[in-house]
Design a protein around this ligand. Sequence first.
Ligand SMILES: Nc1ncnc2c1ncn2[C@@H]1O[C@H](COP(=O)(O)OP(=O)(O)O)[C@@H](O)[C@H]1O
Ligand SMILES: [Mg+2]
Length: 438
Amino acid sequence: MARKLAMDDRGKLRTDAEAKLLRHPPATASSRDPTSLRHELQVHQIELEMQNQELCGAQLALEEARDRYIDLYEFAPVGYASLDENGRIKQANLTTATLLGVERSKLLGRPLAAFMLRGHADRWALRLSTLVRAGEPQTFEADFQRGDGAVLHAEVSTRLRSKDGSDSEVRVVLTDIGARRAAEEEARSLEGRLAISQRLAAMGTLVAGVAHEINNPLAGEMASQALAMHEMKEFAELLRRPGPLDREALARRADEMVEILGNAQDGAASIAHIVKDLVSFGRPDAERMPVQLFAVVESSMRWLSVSVERAATVRVENSEVPSIMGSEGQLQQVVVNLVTNAALAIPAGRPGEITIRIGPGNAGMVRLDVVDNGKGIPPETMKRIFEPYFTTRDAGKGTGLGLSICHAIVAAHRGTLTVESEVGKGSTFRVELPAVPA
Ligand SMILES: Nc1ncnc2c1ncn2[C@@H]1O[C@H](COP(=O)(O)OP(=O)(O)O)[C@@H](O)[C@H]1O
Ligand SMILES: [Mg+2]
């Protein structure tokens, strides 16, 4: 800042001036009387020169400060504007004009709302009145119509500045968040793609289980059919044989065939069931409907692989709970993933126990716990288990996608997925989903 020439400074100036004159006395100083007068004058003159120098310095400093201010204010990376209480622009920096794509002179005196897209202008009116009435600073996002027709996505921060005597002033900071928005959208679409690839990977691991599931009833069905065919041929031979018919024997053969065909039918029915489940499992954005978690758990059991059954006994404890709104297929995926993980956590040689418990949760929620008595999760692992592709399993054994998919599905159902674990004792994965209001 410019330095003020205070009285102290002036006294010092005078002493300095006298000292200077003593050091370089003017050549003409000879007689005393007129000399002292002249001396006085010269001192004054030097004093004035020095004062002048100081003033020049102060002016330079002022100019520098002004330049710095202009640079800071006018070319700031954000728009600054001052509005009156009715939201009319009184002052704006150049950045504001650039952001809005309008010459600054065309901004002054106009309401800021005039540059906002319609819905945004209405909301701004509300915020402005809250700001002016209650003095509460407001920060929000708003879209502006730029002079060139493009849309400016901005974050608007406002606060009230009261001036003594006169009306208060509204200070506005405008930040262009177009790039941020674009980045967020990009991230969202990446997430979408990731979710799809996770689904594909999950479907991949499922296919093995499905093949196994279908193989058994299919093999049974084929065997029954072969047997039935064989029986049929023998039956025909018995009928063609000359001599009297042993009706009783024929009837017995026929009964056997009915039983065999019945087995074949069972096999076909269970394949049909599996296919039906598979359809709901594979539907990506399956529609939501009221579902009972117990029904979800029951149908999930069909998907559990043999290794789960080998590793542990799975118990289901059900209590009366309201339905939840959800996609049955997606929720099955959650149950299957959690139970499969639980079974894999059980060390070989120990009797594994997995309990699926359904009950009331926190206010308005329904709870599903998957409890295992497996090896537990150490804290370092715990931090990362929900990360996509995080796995502690050997290469080829785990995708690391199970829990991240569970998490995404539960979140999409507005629920929570939490975990508690004790190393050596076991883990509990807890899903809570909002109950359908009674
Ligand atoms: N019930 C559990 N007990 C112990 N560790 C578990 C349990 N569930 C998950 N984990 C740990 O979390 C990791 C990530 O699980 P997940 O996302 O399903 O991927 P993956 O099963 O393919 O490894 C597992 O590798 C395992 O270390
Ligand atoms: Mg898993």
